[in-house]
Design a protein around this ligand. Structure first.
Ligand SMILES: [Zn+2]
Length: 72
């Protein structure tokens, strides 16, 4: 499953989290910290692969914290 999301848009974040929850159902044995996700860098728009926690964009060297809250 490869989908692109624009994390600067609240709508996309909601879709993204919904997809993640579906994905979690299928991958219960896999911890959230081992999962990676393809998103578009909000700085330069390049498709990047991120993990839960602190990430660094390889494209533009921006740093950001990608925190997923599944207690919704
Ligand atoms: Zn970037």
């Amino acid at each position: 499953m490869v989908k692109e999301y624009d994390i600067s848009k609240p709508n996309d974040i909601r879709k993204f989290i919904r997809e993640l929850e579906n994905e979690m159902d299928h991958q219960k044995t896999m911890g959230i910290n081992q999962m990676t996700f393809d998103i578009n860098c909000p700085e330069c728009g390049t498709l990047i692969n991120v993990k839960n926690g602190l990430n660094r964009y390889s494209s533009c060297n921006e740093q950001f914290n990608f925190n997923l809250d599944f207690s919704l």
